[in-house]
Design a protein around this ligand. Structure first.
Ligand code: NAP
Length: 287
């Protein structure tokens, strides 16, 4: 692609942004789909999110992704917010509109597309969710709206799980999220669960870490989904597999949150074939 007077710019704001794979996703998509668009990372210092968004607007940037630590903070800089993102309380995608940006959350829908593509069902499931941070909160909301029977949200800081449970349960109008302290996993009844690992434990370089290292838990898991994708196989995934379950990492979630953002910016539907080509390229980064 030749950069010329009509090239549109998208980017990522966060801190740090140096290790992001998002430019690979979006620049590959624009090449595959023949769009005159470039995507670049923009490191933004603490306290300067509002200035960054105003600057992006002034420069007519088509869209932005937002990453840690600004997914909640950016909300006050938006002209408009999508209802889903508002309910989750986090925005990872900004789309240019007249007079500012509209904020969306594509992490949640990205996770849903990733799970669906692996044949994982949420409807009617009993789910163990590890973590109560920003990502786990979006997962809790996803599980609640997609019909999970119960979601046992286990977190080191139980107060955070209680807050998320209270908010999500109120939003969906049923008692679906059950907050628990991590060590109370022993109280879970004997049955098979879908388990989603939503903490940052096990992320490279701490690849031998896992939130719960007890065979008794893994005996209860039929499918494990780790939001982490670096390393390619986390210890959590390894333990799930060793006890007979299927395990998946978070790379497809990353892929699809990017695909959905790209679709919002360009008003297109990305063909699955192109999504798979981007996935193979991302995968090549790890294996
Ligand atoms: P966050 O808001 O900082 O939350 C971190 C979570 O991990 C909290 O539940 C925290 O528990 C828990 N935790 C951290 N250190 C712990 C420890 N030593 N022992 C036990 N629990 C610990 O982070 P986040 O934004 O939710 O991200 C969580 C993970 O999801 C990250 O690894 C991130 O890479 C991944 N992620 C992946 C994607 C994707 O596209 N695949 C998207 C978003 C996030 P406390 O509440 O007790 O501190």
């Amino acid at each position: 692609m030749e950069i010329n007077g009509k090239t549109r710019t998208c980017g990522l704001i966060g801190n740090p942004v140096e290790h992001t794979l998002s430019p690979m996703i979006h620049n590959t998509l624009s090449k595959l789909l023949g769009h005159n668009l470039v995507y670049v990372p923009f490191p933004v210092e603490q306290g300067r999110v509002d200035t960054a968004v105003a600057g992006a607007d002034a420069l007519n940037l088509l869209g932005l992704n937002v990453t840690v630590p600004y997914k909640s903070e950016v909300i006050k800089s938006l002209r408009e917010i999508d209802e889903l993102a508002e309910n989750i309380g986090a925005v990872n995608t900004l789309v240019k509109t007249d007079g500012g940006y509209k904020g969306y959350n594509t992490d949640m829908e990205g996770l849903y597309r990733a799970m669906t593509s692996e044949g994982i069902v949420i409807d009617g499931e009993q789910i163990i969710l590890l973590g109560a941070g920003g990502a786990a909160r979006a997962v809790a909301y996803l599980c609640a709206v997609k019909g999970a029977d119960k979601v046992y949200m286990l977190n080191r800081t139980v107060g955070k799980a209680e807050t998320v449970a209270e908010e999500v349960n109120r939003t969906v109008g049923r008692e679906v999220i059950v907050p628990m302290a991590t060590e109370d996993y022993t109280k879970l009844s004997d049955r098979k669960y879908l388990a989603i690992q939503g903490t940052s434990v096990g992320l490279a370089p701490h690849t031998e870490d896992v939130v719960i290292d007890d065979a008794a838990l893994y005996e209860k898991i039929h499918t494990g989904f780790d939001l982490i994708y670096n390393p390619w196989e986390t210890k959590f995934m390894r333990l799930v597999k060793e006890h007979g379950g299927n395990a998946y990492n978070g790379l497809k979630m990353l892929l699809y949150q990017g695909i959905i953002a790209y679709e919002l910016w360009n008003g297109v539907s990305v063909p699955e074939e192109s999504a798979q080509m981007v996935y193979e390229k991302l995968k090549g980064h790890f294996v």
